[in-house]
Structure formats: C-alpha cells, structure tokens
Design a protein around this ligand. Structure first.
Ligand code: PRP
Length: 179
C-alpha cells in the first residue's frame, strides 16, 4: 500500500463489483437510447473507463473539464469550465460521470448549463457520494459507494494532483495534508 495512505476505504475488488452493478443498470435503463457518457475531468477518468467497459449497449463518450477545488481538501464552491464538450448534446440522453459527489456545486452547475443545450435527458452517475456534505439538493441516479466525511484519494481522486493512480480508494494520513 502507498505509505501516505492511512487505510483503504474501498478495495479494488469492491470497486469492480460496484462498477459492474452500475454498468448493468445503465445498460438496462438506456438500451436503444444511445446515451452519451460525459466524464467530468479530471477525477472521473478512471471510473468513466471502467464504467463504459461494463456497458454493453450502443453509446458514445465526451469529456468536460471542470475545476472547483484548487489544491485544498475542501471545495471553494466556485466552479469554472476548463474544457467544454466537443459533441452536440441536443436530443441526446446524457449521463454525467463523476468520481465524487460532495457539496453538489459542480453537478448543480453542470446540470444548469447543459439543460440549456436541450438534451433529451440528463442523468448522473458518481462512484462516491458524500451526502453529509451536500449544499445543493442534488442526488445522483447511480451511486457506487456512499462514504462518510473523510478525505479520500485514489481511483481518479487527487490531493494536490497526486494519488489519482491508486487502484483503490484510500484515506490519506492527516499529516500529509497538514504539511
Ligand atoms: C471534484 C470531483 C467533482 C467535484 C465534486 O473535482 O471530481 O467534480 O470535485 O465536488 P462538489 O460536489 O463539492 O462540487 P475537483 O474540482 O477536485 O477537480 P478534479 O476532478 O480535476 O480533481
């Protein structure tokens, strides 16, 4: 295990099982709807690729870059777009894919700005959900694991851009972000 990690919250094996479950549900819910998966960069890249591998219906992918956290451990609440979509989402069934749903500010903002582009529907899938931190009444349609209010890294999630490569979700040792 990475020496900066205090404990593992979600193991690789648990991740596999949860992603497969969500993939199966999405395949059933969107068969014949040709959904467009929209990965919200950067954190979602790993979940997005695993999720799409577990979906066996016609679908496409695009990415959007959004940033709100800076290098700290809590959200500043300010959301900005760093990369817009390449595809037109008009009349498409889009599925926003997130690594974590925390305050809800990011998804709330994205749903607002994407609704204006007239998609057929907007659904949301998040691997992690921290409902205790919510500031906006946002619920994801597909949730991998609900977690308490602890600072986690790995499986796409970073601290100061590190640890995204860990294949599990880990709790960072407090001394690492207290430095
Ligand atoms: C994280 C995460 C979500 C957002 C969730 O992104 O990937 O997009 O925060 O938090 P919220 O519900 O409080 O809005 P971050 O800004 O850390 O960027 P990153 O994905 O590039 O690491």
């Amino acid at each position: 295990m990475n020496p900066d990690i205090e404990s593992v919250l979600v193991t690789e094996e648990e991740i596999k099982i949860k992603v497969k479950e969500i993939g199966n549900r999405i395949s059933a819910d969107f068969s014949n709807l040709n959904p467009m998966f929209i990965g919200i960069l950067k954190g979602s890249f790993m979940f997005m690729s695993d999720l799409m591998r577990n979906v066996d219906i016609s679908c496409s992918a695009d990415f959007m870059g959004v940033s709100s956290y800076g290098t700290g451990t809590t959200s500043t609440g300010a959301v900005s777009i760093t990369k817009d979509l390449q595809e037109n989402i008009e009349n498409r069934n889009v599925i926003l894919v997130e690594d974590i749903l925390d305050s809800g500010m990011t998804l709330n903002y994205l749903i607002n700005i994407l609704s204006v582009r007239n998609p057929a529907s907007i659904s949301t899938a998040t691997f992690l959900d921290k409902p205790s931190r919510r500031k906006k009444p946002i619920y994801a349609d597909y949730v991998g694991v609900e977690i308490p209010n602890v600072f986690v890294v790995g499986y796409g999630l970073d601290y100061a851009e590190k640890y995204r490569n860990l294949p599990y979700i880990g709790i960072l040792k407090p001394e690492i972000y207290a430095e």
